[in-house]
Design a binder for this molecule. Sequence first.
Ligand code: TRP
Length: 338
Amino acid sequence: MTSTPRPIILTGDRTTGPLHLGHYAGSLRARVALQHEARQFLLLADTQAMTDNVGRHQKVTGNVLEVALDYLAVGIDPALSTIVVQSQVPELAELFQYLLNLVTVARLERNPTIKEEMRLRGFERDIPAGFLTYPVSQAADITAFKATHVPVGDDQLPMIEQTNELVRRFNHTVGQPVLVECEAVLSQVARLPGVDGRAKMSKSLGNAITLGATPDEITRAVNAMYTDPNHLRVNDPGQVEGNVVFAFLDAFEPDTAKVAELKAHYRRGGLGDTALKRMLDERLQALIAPIRERRAEFARDRAEVLGILRRGTMRAREAAAQTLSEVKGALGLRYFEG
Ligand code: TRP
């Protein structure tokens, strides 16, 4: 990412619960590093969260501040990054409406991310129109800020593809390069499994470690981690693949030579789960302690956090309004000027 001009990054999280170590490994720590080299917008995607939480809107609104606290706790600096509350930027909804005309229902139904999410939620034919069309809403988020780079997990790649289709379609329709295509930036880190060994860490599956976890919660989670069920005695050879403790060490132990040595020792036999888990527990305690402390500090100063969100959202509105004005101008939707 060395291209000039300065990249514009857009990332977002649905606000359905506090973030966890999976988010930290997959995207949060990368965002903390990127804020120095790019103009970064972090979207608290409450509007998007509404699309699959009908009737649970309080869960969505109640978690906006929680996710903001997570951002601030891990080191997102509001002087460098812009934190934006999606629902408070009406320009995004307006742009969404114009983009909706440039995609067919059939194309939306083919979006692999939507297909998978529909399956997970059992929506089938009862899919809310807002959910079916959320990729277009996401395209509005991305293009409103003229984002050049969007860090995503591989499950979100179809979103970027669909966004760029819409960009090309729009620019072709108006005969001007108004909107900007973006590039997906894939996470370098493998997806963090849940504590229980399931493929994905998720708060709703109950297999997550949150960023505000207490020392006790961390220890309990580590002790409950799925390892190798056939590794019964310390001297038995153990399996590293599918072993959650090693997945976590890969993600969070910076001393890679040490991890390689531990893996060799475990495979050969002689390294017990208890000793191994004690090492991971130490590592996670050291990682989370400062995050938990900063989180608690910000949580005590709610007015300060709301001020950060309000200022970020205002700045974001200006950027989005500029793009929207270009979009409406290109469509001839300007009647009262000049
Ligand atoms: N879809 C993302 C999620 O599931 C959230 C999101 C909303 C987003 N708008 C975005 C991500 C724009 C990247 C770019 O959490």
